[in-house]
Design a protein around this ligand. Structure first.
Ligand code: SAH
Ligand code: DHB
Ligand code: MG
Length: 224
Protein backbone atom coordinates (compact mmCIF):
# COMPACT_ATOMS: atom_id res chain seq x y z
CA UNK A 1 0.00 0.00 0.00
CA UNK A 2 1.37 3.42 -0.86
CA UNK A 3 0.12 6.98 -1.09
CA UNK A 4 -2.18 6.84 1.97
CA UNK A 5 0.25 8.44 4.42
CA UNK A 6 -0.75 12.03 5.06
CA UNK A 7 -1.13 14.46 7.93
CA UNK A 8 -4.78 13.65 8.59
CA UNK A 9 -4.05 9.93 8.79
CA UNK A 10 -1.03 10.58 11.01
CA UNK A 11 -3.15 12.59 13.46
CA UNK A 12 -5.87 9.95 13.47
CA UNK A 13 -3.33 7.25 14.22
CA UNK A 14 -1.87 9.41 17.03
CA UNK A 15 -5.38 9.82 18.49
CA UNK A 16 -5.98 6.06 18.17
CA UNK A 17 -2.78 5.34 20.10
CA UNK A 18 -3.59 7.96 22.74
CA UNK A 19 -7.07 6.53 23.29
CA UNK A 20 -5.72 3.00 23.68
CA UNK A 21 -2.60 3.72 25.71
CA UNK A 22 -2.58 7.19 27.27
CA UNK A 23 -5.91 8.04 28.79
CA UNK A 24 -8.29 9.06 30.18
CA UNK A 25 -6.59 10.65 33.18
CA UNK A 26 -8.41 12.92 35.61
CA UNK A 27 -5.37 14.67 37.18
CA UNK A 28 -3.67 15.33 33.85
CA UNK A 29 -6.86 16.62 32.20
CA UNK A 30 -7.72 18.88 35.11
CA UNK A 31 -4.17 20.23 34.99
CA UNK A 32 -4.53 21.06 31.30
CA UNK A 33 -7.85 22.84 32.00
CA UNK A 34 -6.29 24.87 34.81
CA UNK A 35 -3.31 25.79 32.64
CA UNK A 36 -5.62 26.95 29.87
CA UNK A 37 -7.79 28.93 32.31
CA UNK A 38 -4.66 30.67 33.63
CA UNK A 39 -3.70 31.66 30.08
CA UNK A 40 -0.72 29.34 29.65
CA UNK A 41 0.09 28.43 26.03
CA UNK A 42 -0.93 24.90 24.95
CA UNK A 43 2.61 23.79 24.13
CA UNK A 44 3.17 20.86 26.49
CA UNK A 45 3.95 17.36 25.30
CA UNK A 46 1.11 15.27 23.85
CA UNK A 47 -0.45 12.44 25.84
CA UNK A 48 1.49 9.89 23.80
CA UNK A 49 4.77 11.68 24.35
CA UNK A 50 3.96 11.94 28.05
CA UNK A 51 3.41 8.19 28.15
CA UNK A 52 6.71 7.66 26.32
CA UNK A 53 8.54 9.88 28.86
CA UNK A 54 6.96 7.84 31.67
CA UNK A 55 8.01 4.54 30.09
CA UNK A 56 11.55 5.76 29.41
CA UNK A 57 11.92 6.92 33.02
CA UNK A 58 10.69 3.51 34.23
CA UNK A 59 13.05 1.69 31.82
CA UNK A 60 15.95 3.84 33.04
CA UNK A 61 14.89 3.05 36.63
CA UNK A 62 15.25 6.77 37.24
CA UNK A 63 15.27 7.86 40.87
CA UNK A 64 16.49 11.39 40.17
CA UNK A 65 15.02 13.36 37.28
CA UNK A 66 15.84 16.88 36.08
CA UNK A 67 13.43 18.76 33.80
CA UNK A 68 14.08 22.06 31.98
CA UNK A 69 10.81 23.88 31.20
CA UNK A 70 7.88 23.12 33.54
CA UNK A 71 4.96 25.05 31.97
CA UNK A 72 1.84 23.77 33.80
CA UNK A 73 3.47 20.57 35.01
CA UNK A 74 2.01 18.17 32.44
CA UNK A 75 5.24 16.42 31.42
CA UNK A 76 6.41 16.83 35.03
CA UNK A 77 3.43 14.75 36.17
CA UNK A 78 4.12 11.95 33.70
CA UNK A 79 7.81 11.84 34.69
CA UNK A 80 7.21 12.10 38.46
CA UNK A 81 4.75 9.19 38.32
CA UNK A 82 7.59 7.01 37.08
CA UNK A 83 9.65 7.63 40.24
CA UNK A 84 9.92 4.98 42.94
CA UNK A 85 9.20 5.86 46.59
CA UNK A 86 11.86 8.34 47.71
CA UNK A 87 12.57 9.47 44.13
CA UNK A 88 13.04 13.15 43.31
CA UNK A 89 12.30 15.40 40.36
CA UNK A 90 13.65 18.94 40.04
CA UNK A 91 12.02 21.07 37.33
CA UNK A 92 13.34 24.45 36.17
CA UNK A 93 11.00 27.26 35.09
CA UNK A 94 11.58 30.94 34.38
CA UNK A 95 7.95 32.10 34.53
CA UNK A 96 6.43 32.61 38.00
CA UNK A 97 2.85 32.09 36.78
CA UNK A 98 3.77 28.84 35.02
CA UNK A 99 5.53 27.65 38.16
CA UNK A 100 2.52 28.47 40.34
CA UNK A 101 0.06 26.69 38.04
CA UNK A 102 2.42 23.71 37.92
CA UNK A 103 2.80 23.65 41.70
CA UNK A 104 -0.97 23.36 42.13
CA UNK A 105 -1.31 20.73 39.41
CA UNK A 106 1.52 18.63 40.81
CA UNK A 107 0.05 18.85 44.33
CA UNK A 108 -3.36 17.85 42.99
CA UNK A 109 -1.78 14.85 41.25
CA UNK A 110 -0.42 13.77 44.65
CA UNK A 111 3.20 14.34 43.62
CA UNK A 112 4.07 17.41 45.70
CA UNK A 113 6.38 15.44 47.99
CA UNK A 114 8.74 14.35 45.21
CA UNK A 115 8.75 17.38 42.88
CA UNK A 116 10.67 20.62 43.44
CA UNK A 117 10.15 23.58 41.09
CA UNK A 118 13.10 25.98 40.85
CA UNK A 119 12.11 29.40 39.60
CA UNK A 120 14.58 31.31 37.42
CA UNK A 121 16.51 31.01 34.16
CA UNK A 122 17.41 27.34 33.63
CA UNK A 123 21.01 28.33 32.90
CA UNK A 124 21.40 29.83 36.39
CA UNK A 125 19.68 26.91 38.11
CA UNK A 126 21.86 24.42 36.22
CA UNK A 127 25.01 26.30 37.23
CA UNK A 128 23.84 26.35 40.86
CA UNK A 129 23.22 22.59 40.75
CA UNK A 130 26.71 22.02 39.33
CA UNK A 131 28.35 24.35 41.90
CA UNK A 132 26.36 22.67 44.67
CA UNK A 133 27.73 19.26 43.65
CA UNK A 134 24.26 17.85 43.15
CA UNK A 135 24.28 14.03 42.91
CA UNK A 136 23.96 12.79 39.33
CA UNK A 137 20.55 12.71 37.66
CA UNK A 138 19.43 9.46 36.02
CA UNK A 139 17.31 11.28 33.46
CA UNK A 140 17.32 14.84 32.11
CA UNK A 141 14.43 16.16 29.99
CA UNK A 142 15.28 19.35 28.07
CA UNK A 143 12.14 21.28 27.02
CA UNK A 144 12.79 24.99 27.74
CA UNK A 145 13.84 27.81 25.35
CA UNK A 146 15.09 26.25 22.14
CA UNK A 147 17.98 28.62 21.37
CA UNK A 148 19.75 27.48 24.54
CA UNK A 149 19.55 23.73 23.87
CA UNK A 150 23.27 23.44 22.95
CA UNK A 151 24.23 25.17 26.20
CA UNK A 152 21.70 23.11 28.21
CA UNK A 153 23.27 19.95 26.83
CA UNK A 154 26.77 20.96 27.95
CA UNK A 155 25.53 21.91 31.43
CA UNK A 156 23.41 18.74 31.70
CA UNK A 157 26.45 16.63 30.86
CA UNK A 158 27.98 17.90 34.12
CA UNK A 159 25.00 16.57 36.07
CA UNK A 160 24.76 12.98 34.80
CA UNK A 161 26.65 9.67 35.07
CA UNK A 162 27.38 6.86 32.60
CA UNK A 163 24.05 5.19 31.89
CA UNK A 164 21.96 8.34 32.40
CA UNK A 165 19.45 9.30 29.74
CA UNK A 166 19.21 12.80 28.26
CA UNK A 167 15.98 13.54 26.37
CA UNK A 168 15.06 16.69 24.43
CA UNK A 169 11.68 17.72 23.03
CA UNK A 170 11.01 19.65 19.81
CA UNK A 171 14.07 18.61 17.84
CA UNK A 172 12.43 18.27 14.39
CA UNK A 173 10.61 21.62 14.31
CA UNK A 174 8.05 20.72 11.62
CA UNK A 175 10.95 19.50 9.49
CA UNK A 176 12.83 22.83 9.51
CA UNK A 177 15.99 21.10 10.78
CA UNK A 178 16.49 19.36 7.43
CA UNK A 179 17.17 22.76 5.80
CA UNK A 180 20.87 23.52 5.26
CA UNK A 181 20.57 26.87 7.06
CA UNK A 182 17.20 27.38 8.79
CA UNK A 183 16.31 31.09 8.98
CA UNK A 184 14.76 30.88 12.47
CA UNK A 185 17.34 31.08 15.30
CA UNK A 186 15.58 28.40 17.35
CA UNK A 187 15.55 26.04 14.36
CA UNK A 188 19.26 26.72 13.82
CA UNK A 189 20.07 26.04 17.47
CA UNK A 190 18.10 22.79 17.43
CA UNK A 191 19.85 21.70 14.23
CA UNK A 192 23.20 22.36 15.95
CA UNK A 193 21.98 20.46 19.02
CA UNK A 194 21.06 17.44 16.87
CA UNK A 195 24.46 17.46 15.18
CA UNK A 196 26.17 17.66 18.56
CA UNK A 197 24.30 14.71 20.10
CA UNK A 198 24.82 12.70 16.90
CA UNK A 199 28.62 13.08 17.13
CA UNK A 200 29.25 13.53 20.83
CA UNK A 201 31.91 11.12 22.19
CA UNK A 202 29.99 10.71 25.46
CA UNK A 203 26.57 10.01 23.88
CA UNK A 204 24.74 7.30 21.94
CA UNK A 205 21.77 9.10 20.40
CA UNK A 206 18.74 8.92 18.15
CA UNK A 207 15.81 11.19 17.31
CA UNK A 208 12.30 9.74 17.21
CA UNK A 209 9.85 11.56 14.93
CA UNK A 210 6.76 12.52 16.95
CA UNK A 211 3.34 13.55 15.64
CA UNK A 212 1.74 16.49 17.44
CA UNK A 213 0.28 19.86 16.37
CA UNK A 214 3.16 19.95 13.95
CA UNK A 215 5.64 17.28 12.95
CA UNK A 216 8.25 17.21 15.70
CA UNK A 217 10.66 14.87 17.48
CA UNK A 218 12.19 13.65 20.72
CA UNK A 219 15.91 13.00 21.04
CA UNK A 220 17.26 10.18 23.19
CA UNK A 221 20.88 10.17 24.30
CA UNK A 222 22.42 7.50 26.49
CA UNK A 223 25.48 8.73 28.38
CA UNK A 224 28.50 6.46 27.89
N1 SAH B 1 7.68 20.49 29.62
C1 SAH B 1 6.39 21.16 29.48
C2 SAH B 1 6.40 22.20 28.38
C3 SAH B 1 7.44 23.25 28.55
S1 SAH B 1 7.13 24.65 27.49
C4 SAH B 1 5.34 20.10 29.13
O1 SAH B 1 5.58 19.33 28.18
O2 SAH B 1 4.29 20.03 29.77
C5 SAH B 1 8.60 25.56 27.78
C6 SAH B 1 8.69 26.19 29.16
O3 SAH B 1 10.02 26.67 29.31
C7 SAH B 1 7.75 27.38 29.38
O4 SAH B 1 7.01 27.23 30.55
C8 SAH B 1 8.71 28.57 29.51
O5 SAH B 1 8.27 29.56 30.41
C9 SAH B 1 9.96 27.89 30.02
N2 SAH B 1 11.19 28.64 29.74
C10 SAH B 1 11.47 29.45 28.69
N3 SAH B 1 12.70 29.95 28.79
C11 SAH B 1 13.23 29.47 29.94
C12 SAH B 1 14.47 29.64 30.61
N4 SAH B 1 15.44 30.41 30.12
N5 SAH B 1 14.66 28.99 31.77
C13 SAH B 1 13.70 28.18 32.29
N6 SAH B 1 12.50 27.98 31.70
C14 SAH B 1 12.27 28.61 30.54
C1 DHB C 1 7.12 25.57 22.14
C2 DHB C 1 7.81 24.99 23.18
C3 DHB C 1 7.69 23.65 23.41
O1 DHB C 1 8.37 23.03 24.40
C4 DHB C 1 6.85 22.88 22.63
O2 DHB C 1 6.75 21.55 22.89
C5 DHB C 1 6.15 23.45 21.59
C6 DHB C 1 6.28 24.81 21.35
C7 DHB C 1 7.26 27.02 21.88
O3 DHB C 1 8.01 27.68 22.61
O4 DHB C 1 6.61 27.51 20.98
MG1 MG D 1 8.30 20.92 24.16
Amino acid sequence: MSGTFNETLARSVDAYIAELFAGPDEALERGLRRAEAAGLPPIGVSANLGKLLYLLARLARAERILELGTLGGYSTTWLARALPTGGRLITLEIDALHAEVARRNIAHAGLGDRVEIRLGPARDSLRALIEGREPAFDLVFIDADKEAYPEYLELSLQLVRPGSLILADNVIRDGEVIQDAPSDPSDRAIKAFNETIARHPRLDSLVLPIIREAFDGLSLSLVR
